[in-house]
Design a protein around this ligand. Structure first.
Ligand code: TEU
Ligand code: CA
Length: 577
């Protein structure tokens, strides 16, 4: 059923109050003992999620797919991969979630399809096929001394290697920004849009509550698909600036909003790599006086996740830069748009390893949690983050599953890197870290399955698991529950303005959330060394939450008098204005 999209100026939408949780279904919970997580497995864990305080789920793709990129290569948008279950399992999931007050958004992957999608199977049949122009086909271009291959241009794929694949039968190349089994759709073709919108309506009419929209900043390619400057004569050149948030994308986004989203009362979250805070309003702006609003309700921005160059080791991170980026987003959207807050997802290594210290896992996880979770926006928790899951220590390059990791290995070998160097890098950045099975308990296979799972387990499930943390009042899991309840029961933590404190402090991330009646102060030490906090703590009101526990080695209860903040501590204060 369609109904008008009510969006009165600055109203408090349900999704602003929500706490979101991201599920990677393949690795969440297996109910039929084939080693693969499934949709009935999500249904079984809804009470766990409800108890945690979750009211919005984002579920990664469970559609029909040859699984070259674990389901992000879709061969039928309206069918469920049998690994995960059936369409009626999805219907059951929707109603079981709704019964518990949990809403569901699905992953909408519309920059590309699988090469096994019937549209592409048609398209590749030949130049005269009616669906030829649904994808991006180009003739070979003669190789010149400037250009080492005869590919149509020198773009590198986001997953490394060439962005072009040759089709010998029709003697042309097709463009794929991701794997070669993920050909890019041609958004210039109105038939493509109509087909996608029909599919979107079909899902919305099934009763889901919205979408996370995959790789949507890549749908427009630079006009004419030119090669990039190539002074170093590389075979392929990193090509983001020619296909990420480039000119002309606005018309497609507007079209998507008007024709696919607007007829429905839903929430949409765009994956918006390449969108900066300065140009965010067309993407997420709330309705202004002229009645104009952005395309999505929120976007996942990437700036705080790309503090490092692609091949740079992540042995430390620059907290000041991190603060500057997040503060820029908080300020840019104040009163005008809404942030999606996150530190982890299925494309990132675990946040404890990236931003903190795995040898102080409890302190790291809880300090990071308090820091990002109480900013202004809708917080997203990635499965396992709530128990402080950490990266796996891979011991050989053969152990990586992810298509992009395997392409990167090939590329770095060609560049002369040693296996040890590559392993060191992937142990910090691989997408596989977050895709290992969820740790439910310390039984066989971490309680994820009773058989050996599709991908290896992190052996530290014996110490880090849900069952153990449910029993421990001082666990990471229980700290998350406290944070979620605190945010849910205080409107000022939803609506209050964000104000950074101690801007230049290289160890402390401190900020306030200020509303007409309350001021919250969140003080975290995101470093492994104690640090003096240069603030009048006695003026901040009552300390209502902190991560100092009896079994915390760093316990220091005299923070208020000494102003010495222990490593990875978190304190939340509140006072009435
Ligand atoms: O990721 C998109 C993606 O990879 C880019 O937006 C981003 O530029 C890249 O991460 C930079 O390092 C989405 C999904 O989240 C991912 O799992 C899929 O593999 C990908 O799209 C293709 O569908
Ligand atoms: Ca299963």
């Amino acid at each position: 059923m369609k109904y008008p999209h009510h969006n009165p100026l600055k109203s408090l939408h349900w999704w602003k109050k929500a706490t979101a949780y991201q599920i990677y279904p393949r690795s969440f919970y297996d109910t039929n003992q084939d080693g693969i997580g499934d949709i009935p497995g999500i249904i079984e864990k809804l009470d766990y999620l409800r108890d945690l305080g979750i009211d919005l789920l984002w579920i990664c793709p469970f559609y029909q797919s040859p699984n070259d990129d674990n389901g992000y290569d879709i061969s039928d948008y309206q069918a469920i991969h049998p690994d995960f279950g059936t369409l009626s399992d999805v219907d059951n999931l929707i109603s079981a979630a709704h019964q518990r007050g949990i809403r569901i958004i699905l992953d909408l992957v519309i920059n590309h399809t699988s090469d096994e999608h019937p549209w592409f199977i048609e398209s590749r049949k030949g130049k005269e096929n009616p669906k030829r122009d649904w994808y991006i086909w180009r003739d070979a271009a003669p190789a010149t001394p400037q250009k080492i291959t005869d590919e149509p241009n020198n773009w590198e794929s986001i997953f490394h290697g060439s962005a072009w694949e040759y089709d010998a039968h029709s003697e042309q190349y097709y463009l794929h920004l991701f794997s070669k089994k993920q050909p890019d759709l041609n958004w210039e073709n109105p038939e493509v849009k109509q087909a996608l919108y029909g599919m979107i309506h079909w899902w919305l009419e099934r009763g889901i509550d919205g979408f996370r929209v995959d790789a949507i900043s890549h749908i427009q390619k630079k006009h004419g698909l030119p090669s990039l400057p190539n002074p170093n004569k590389q075979k392929h050149v990193s090509s983001f600036e020619y296909h990420m948030n480039v000119e002309g994308i606005e018309k497609h986004l507007f079209d998507l909003k008007e024709n696919a989203f607007s007829p429905f009362d839903i929430v949409t979250v765009g994956e918006a790599n390449g969108v900066s805070a300065e140009d965010a309003l067309p993407w997420v702006g709330e309705e202004d006086e002229q009645g104009k609003s952005g395309v999505f309700n929120m976007v996942f921005q990437f700036e705080h996740m790309t503090l490092w160059a692609e091949e740079e080791n992540r042995d430390s991170f620059n907290l000041i830069e991190f603060k500057t980026i997040l503060t820029r987003w908080q300020n840019a959207l104040e009163g005008k748009g809404w942030n999606a807050l996150y530190l982890e997802n299925h494309d990132q290594a675990r946040s404890i390893n990236t931003f903190a210290d795995k040898t102080q896992a409890y302190e790291s996880a809880t300090a990071l949690a308090a820091c990002y979770f109480l900013m202004k926006g809708t917080p997203f928790i990635y499965q396992g983050q709530e128990i402080g899951m950490t990266n796996h220590q891979f011991t050989s390059l053969n152990e990586f599953n992810d298509v992009s990791a395997n392409n990167l290995i090939k590329k770095l070998k060609e560049k002369g890197k040693t296996d040890a160097q590559i392993l060191h890098l992937l142990n910090q950045v691989s997408r596989d870290h977050s895709r290992l099975p969820m740790h439910w308990n310390d039984q066989a296979y971490a309680g994820f399955s009773t058989v050996s799972p599709w991908i290896r387990l992190n052996p530290n499930y014996l110490e880090i698991n849900v069952a153990q943390q449910q029993k421990d009042p001082d666990s990471i899991l229980n700290f998350y529950k406290k944070l979620i309840r605190l945010r849910k029961s205080n409107l000022s933590l939803i609506e209050g303005r964000y104000q950074l404190m101690l801007d230049d402090d290289p160890q402390i991330y401190a900020y306030q959330r200020i509303s007409s009646d309350m001021t919250w102060s969140i003080i975290t030490n995101l470093s492994g060394r104690e640090s003096k906090v240069d603030l009048d703590l006695s003026s901040l009101g009552e300390c209502v939450l902190n991560n100092q526990t009896t079994n915390n080695k760093n316990k220091k209860s005299d923070f208020l008098t000494s102003k010495i903040a222990p490593a990875y501590c978190a304190y939340v204060f509140v006072k009435k204005n």
